[in-house]
Design a protein around this ligand. Sequence first.
Ligand SMILES: C[S@@+](CC[C@H](N)C(=O)[O-])C[C@H]1O[C@@H](n2cnc3c(N)ncnc32)[C@H](O)[C@@H]1O
Length: 168
Amino acid sequence: MRGQIPPGVAVDLGSGDGTESRFLAVNGWRVHSFDSAPGIQARVTGGLTQLDAARISTTRIAFEEIQALPRNDLLYAGRSLPFCAEAAFSRLWTVIRASTRPSGWFVGDFFGLHDSWLGRSDMNFHSREDIEVLLNGIEILEVTETEGPADTPFGAKHMHLLTVIARS
Ligand SMILES: C[S@@+](CC[C@H](N)C(=O)[O-])C[C@H]1O[C@@H](n2cnc3c(N)ncnc32)[C@H](O)[C@@H]1O
Protein backbone atom coordinates (compact mmCIF):
# COMPACT_ATOMS: atom_id res chain seq x y z
CA MET A 1 0.00 0.00 0.00
CA ARG A 2 1.41 3.39 -0.92
CA GLY A 3 2.53 5.88 1.69
CA GLN A 4 1.40 5.97 5.26
CA ILE A 5 -2.33 5.53 5.76
CA PRO A 6 -3.44 6.01 9.37
CA PRO A 7 -4.97 2.86 10.84
CA GLY A 8 -8.74 2.49 10.72
CA VAL A 9 -11.16 -0.32 10.03
CA ALA A 10 -10.27 -2.86 7.34
CA VAL A 11 -12.20 -5.69 5.72
CA ASP A 12 -10.08 -8.54 4.31
CA LEU A 13 -12.29 -10.49 1.91
CA GLY A 14 -11.02 -13.98 1.19
CA SER A 15 -8.30 -13.61 3.80
CA GLY A 16 -6.60 -16.94 3.05
CA ASP A 17 -3.72 -17.61 5.43
CA GLY A 18 -4.25 -14.15 6.94
CA THR A 19 -0.93 -12.53 6.00
CA GLU A 20 -2.55 -9.19 5.13
CA SER A 21 -4.98 -9.28 8.09
CA ARG A 22 -2.08 -9.82 10.48
CA PHE A 23 -0.02 -7.09 8.84
CA LEU A 24 -2.87 -4.63 9.26
CA ALA A 25 -3.59 -5.69 12.86
CA VAL A 26 0.00 -5.31 14.03
CA ASN A 27 -0.04 -1.86 12.44
CA GLY A 28 -3.02 -0.82 14.54
CA TRP A 29 -5.93 -1.56 12.21
CA ARG A 30 -9.18 -3.14 13.36
CA VAL A 31 -9.61 -5.99 10.88
CA HIS A 32 -12.65 -8.01 9.86
CA SER A 33 -11.55 -11.12 7.95
CA PHE A 34 -13.94 -13.19 5.84
CA ASP A 35 -13.27 -16.52 4.15
CA SER A 36 -15.27 -19.66 3.41
CA ALA A 37 -12.45 -22.06 4.29
CA PRO A 38 -12.59 -23.82 7.67
CA GLY A 39 -10.16 -22.87 10.44
CA ILE A 40 -10.15 -19.17 9.60
CA GLN A 41 -9.76 -17.99 13.21
CA ALA A 42 -6.67 -20.09 13.97
CA ARG A 43 -5.18 -19.45 10.54
CA VAL A 44 -5.55 -15.69 10.59
CA THR A 45 -4.66 -14.94 14.21
CA GLY A 46 -1.98 -17.63 14.64
CA GLY A 47 1.31 -16.29 16.01
CA LEU A 48 -0.09 -12.91 17.02
CA THR A 49 0.09 -11.45 20.51
CA GLN A 50 -3.21 -11.40 22.37
CA LEU A 51 -3.41 -7.66 21.85
CA ASP A 52 -2.95 -7.87 18.07
CA ALA A 53 -5.24 -10.92 17.76
CA ALA A 54 -7.96 -8.97 19.58
CA ARG A 55 -7.97 -6.45 16.71
CA ILE A 56 -9.11 -9.16 14.27
CA SER A 57 -12.58 -10.63 13.95
CA THR A 58 -13.01 -13.61 11.66
CA THR A 59 -16.13 -14.84 9.92
CA ARG A 60 -16.36 -18.08 8.01
CA ILE A 61 -18.79 -17.36 5.21
CA ALA A 62 -19.04 -17.73 1.43
CA PHE A 63 -19.05 -14.53 -0.61
CA GLU A 64 -22.35 -15.65 -2.06
CA GLU A 65 -23.93 -15.50 1.42
CA ILE A 66 -22.64 -12.10 2.56
CA GLN A 67 -25.52 -9.68 3.17
CA ALA A 68 -23.59 -6.79 4.72
CA LEU A 69 -20.03 -5.83 5.62
CA PRO A 70 -18.64 -3.63 8.40
CA ARG A 71 -18.17 0.01 7.43
CA ASN A 72 -14.52 0.30 6.54
CA ASP A 73 -11.65 2.58 5.56
CA LEU A 74 -10.01 -0.17 3.52
CA LEU A 75 -11.49 -3.13 1.70
CA TYR A 76 -8.76 -5.54 0.66
CA ALA A 77 -9.59 -8.47 -1.63
CA GLY A 78 -6.38 -10.13 -2.78
CA ARG A 79 -6.97 -12.76 -5.50
CA SER A 80 -10.28 -13.63 -3.91
CA LEU A 81 -13.18 -11.76 -5.56
CA PRO A 82 -12.89 -13.80 -8.80
CA PHE A 83 -13.94 -16.84 -6.77
CA CYS A 84 -17.42 -15.43 -6.15
CA ALA A 85 -19.98 -17.14 -8.39
CA GLU A 86 -20.85 -14.97 -11.37
CA ALA A 87 -24.56 -14.87 -10.45
CA ALA A 88 -23.79 -13.52 -6.97
CA PHE A 89 -21.06 -11.04 -7.87
CA SER A 90 -23.25 -8.04 -8.61
CA ARG A 91 -24.96 -8.26 -5.21
CA LEU A 92 -21.62 -8.77 -3.44
CA TRP A 93 -20.21 -5.74 -5.24
CA THR A 94 -23.19 -3.60 -4.13
CA VAL A 95 -22.51 -4.69 -0.54
CA ILE A 96 -18.81 -3.86 -0.94
CA ARG A 97 -19.51 -0.37 -2.33
CA ALA A 98 -22.05 0.35 0.41
CA SER A 99 -19.53 -0.61 3.10
CA THR A 100 -16.84 1.89 2.12
CA ARG A 101 -16.54 5.02 4.23
CA PRO A 102 -15.90 8.39 2.55
CA SER A 103 -12.20 8.49 1.59
CA GLY A 104 -12.04 4.72 2.04
CA TRP A 105 -9.74 2.56 -0.05
CA PHE A 106 -10.46 -0.42 -2.27
CA VAL A 107 -7.48 -2.63 -3.08
CA GLY A 108 -8.19 -5.85 -4.90
CA ASP A 109 -7.67 -8.20 -7.81
CA PHE A 110 -9.94 -9.16 -10.68
CA PHE A 111 -9.40 -11.85 -13.27
CA GLY A 112 -9.46 -10.54 -16.83
CA LEU A 113 -11.01 -11.87 -20.00
CA HIS A 114 -7.81 -13.61 -21.16
CA ASP A 115 -7.74 -15.80 -18.07
CA SER A 116 -7.93 -19.49 -19.00
CA TRP A 117 -10.62 -20.08 -16.37
CA LEU A 118 -12.94 -17.66 -18.25
CA GLY A 119 -16.42 -19.12 -18.56
CA ARG A 120 -16.58 -20.86 -15.19
CA SER A 121 -19.93 -19.96 -13.65
CA ASP A 122 -18.54 -20.39 -10.14
CA MET A 123 -16.22 -17.45 -10.84
CA ASN A 124 -16.37 -13.97 -12.35
CA PHE A 125 -14.18 -12.16 -14.89
CA HIS A 126 -13.92 -8.50 -15.84
CA SER A 127 -12.35 -6.35 -18.51
CA ARG A 128 -10.60 -3.10 -17.62
CA GLU A 129 -13.69 -1.26 -18.91
CA ASP A 130 -15.97 -3.37 -16.66
CA ILE A 131 -13.78 -2.46 -13.70
CA GLU A 132 -14.02 1.24 -14.51
CA VAL A 133 -17.81 0.90 -14.45
CA LEU A 134 -17.70 -1.03 -11.15
CA LEU A 135 -15.58 1.74 -9.65
CA ASN A 136 -17.72 4.53 -11.03
CA GLY A 137 -17.57 7.54 -8.69
CA ILE A 138 -14.37 6.39 -7.00
CA GLU A 139 -10.94 7.67 -7.91
CA ILE A 140 -8.99 4.88 -9.60
CA LEU A 141 -5.37 5.44 -8.65
CA GLU A 142 -3.88 2.38 -10.30
CA VAL A 143 -4.84 -0.60 -12.43
CA THR A 144 -1.94 -2.99 -12.98
CA GLU A 145 -2.55 -5.67 -15.58
CA THR A 146 -0.40 -8.80 -15.67
CA GLU A 147 -0.73 -11.89 -17.80
CA GLY A 148 1.12 -15.16 -18.17
CA PRO A 149 1.47 -18.81 -17.13
CA ALA A 150 0.81 -19.53 -13.47
CA ASP A 151 0.93 -22.57 -11.21
CA THR A 152 -2.03 -22.79 -8.84
CA PRO A 153 -3.19 -25.39 -6.31
CA PHE A 154 -5.69 -26.39 -9.02
CA GLY A 155 -3.08 -26.84 -11.75
CA ALA A 156 -1.32 -24.75 -14.36
CA LYS A 157 -3.27 -21.95 -16.01
CA HIS A 158 -2.96 -18.75 -18.00
CA MET A 159 -3.48 -15.99 -15.45
CA HIS A 160 -4.86 -12.59 -16.40
CA LEU A 161 -4.86 -10.38 -13.34
CA LEU A 162 -5.98 -6.78 -12.90
CA THR A 163 -4.91 -5.27 -9.59
CA VAL A 164 -6.76 -2.15 -8.57
CA ILE A 165 -6.05 0.61 -6.06
CA ALA A 166 -8.95 3.04 -5.72
CA ARG A 167 -10.20 5.57 -3.23
CA SER A 168 -13.68 6.93 -2.54
C1 LIG B 1 -6.07 -17.28 -3.77
S1 LIG B 1 -6.60 -17.20 -2.10
C2 LIG B 1 -6.10 -15.54 -1.67
C3 LIG B 1 -5.79 -15.38 -0.22
C4 LIG B 1 -5.27 -14.02 0.20
N1 LIG B 1 -6.26 -12.98 0.05
C5 LIG B 1 -4.02 -13.63 -0.55
O1 LIG B 1 -4.00 -12.55 -1.16
O2 LIG B 1 -3.05 -14.40 -0.52
C6 LIG B 1 -8.38 -17.07 -2.26
C7 LIG B 1 -9.12 -17.12 -0.93
O3 LIG B 1 -10.51 -16.90 -1.19
C8 LIG B 1 -11.27 -17.85 -0.47
N2 LIG B 1 -12.50 -18.11 -1.23
C9 LIG B 1 -12.60 -18.71 -2.44
N3 LIG B 1 -13.88 -18.76 -2.84
C10 LIG B 1 -14.60 -18.17 -1.85
C11 LIG B 1 -15.98 -17.91 -1.68
N4 LIG B 1 -16.88 -18.23 -2.63
N5 LIG B 1 -16.38 -17.29 -0.55
C12 LIG B 1 -15.48 -16.93 0.40
N6 LIG B 1 -14.15 -17.15 0.30
C13 LIG B 1 -13.71 -17.76 -0.82
C14 LIG B 1 -10.39 -19.09 -0.37
O4 LIG B 1 -10.76 -19.90 0.73
C15 LIG B 1 -8.99 -18.48 -0.23
O5 LIG B 1 -8.65 -18.28 1.11
